[in-house]
Design a protein around this ligand. Structure first.
Ligand code: MHF
Ligand code: KIV
Ligand code: MG
Length: 271
């Protein structure tokens, strides 16, 4: 028996609704997962990796194989946080059976503790099908990036009464179907607050106000490592992009002026 502190990995029971807000962040790679693991409750292997890691214009082109490769890396590099893997576009919308087949493959091949899928009332039957068969599901309502081609852009949801009613109905349907948590993205505060008050499972906000039971962000956004755009809901806690620029510029200058390498970086000079 090890004498070091052994903490078993968080499960969906450990991230239930509570007084202390849940800390969720995306992670796509082993080195990042290793750093986040001590600090967060949940690491989300988000399909945002398509835009952040692969330079795709949206999350629509993300594949099962991409999610599985990154999900497995994040699970390998962590031991404490619950790992949730996004189901990519096209892997679950067809039928509950298709969703189960792909969710089971994600869980078996990554070792993650849960999957997440986007959708509201139309996905409730699928969420019920999965949760009744051993697949913990996190919902995702409000701004649903995989629907970018039907919504015509990444648009905040719930600003008018009709939209607000839809986001509310979506969150309730998914929770009622057995989701252990519901991500609310890009939704105005009154709607997020009402949903949070009326659900028994935690709401996890991203651009959905402090009223939610927890928060999630794309980690590259919060450390300033993603430069293509910065949604209004992001707070930058570091400027890693600028640090990389500076480091690489200095390296390039040193190489061009033969200041790198020096003897300290060599295995023997014969001098
Ligand atoms: N790096 C990154 N961060 C994310 O949060 C993220 C991704 N990628 N990729 C997948 C989706 C796409 N997301 C996005 C993308 C753009 C906006 C955006 O431009 N929003 C505008 C205006 C929205 C409005 O007012 O309707 C903004 O100013 O925030 C928001 C969410 C969130 N997700
Ligand atoms: C931002 C979160 C909620 C997400 O779905 C993702 O990163 O793909
Ligand atoms: Mg996603």
């Amino acid at each position: 028996m090890s004498t070091t502190t052994q903490t078993r990995r968080r499960t969906i029971r450990d991230v239930a609704k509570g007084d202390v807000p849940g800390v969720w962040l995306t992670a796509y790679t082993a080195p990042v997962a290793q750093r986040l693991d001590p600090h967060v409750d949940v690491m989300l292997v988000g399909d945002s990796l398509g835009m952040v890691v692969y330079g795709l214009p949206s999350t629509v082109g993300v594949t099962m194989d991409m999610m599985i490769a990154h999900g497995a890396a994040v699970v390998r590099a962590s031991h404490r946080a619950l790992v949730v893997v996004d189901m990519p576009f096209g892997s679950y919308q067809e039928s509950p059976a298709q969703a189960f087949r792909n969710a089971a493959r994600i869980m078996a091949e990554t070792g993650c503790g849960a999957v997440k899928l986007e959708g509201g009332t139309e996905m409730a039957e699928t969420v019920r099908f999965l949760t009744q068969r051993g697949v913990p599901v996190c919902g995702h309502v409000g701004l649903m990036p995989q629907a970018v081609n039907t919504t015509g852009g990444f648009r905040t949801q719930g600003r008018d009464a009709q939209q607000a009613a839809k986001v509310r109905a979506d969150a309730h349907a998914i929770a009622e179907a057995g989701a252990f948590a519901v991500v609310i993205e890009g939704t105005v505060e009154p709607v997020a607050r009402e949903i949070t008050t009326s659900l028994s499972v935690p709401t996890i906000g991203i651009g959905a106000s402090v009223a939610c039971d927890g928060q999630v962000l794309v980690v590259d956004d919060l450390i300033g490592a993603f430069g293509d755009f910065t949604p209004r809901f992001v707070r930058r806690y570091a400027e890693v992009g600028a640090m990389i620029d500076d480091a690489v510029a200095r390296y390039a200058d040193d190489v061009r002026h033969r200041r790198f390498p020096t003897d300290a970086q060599c295995f023997g000079t014969g001098r």
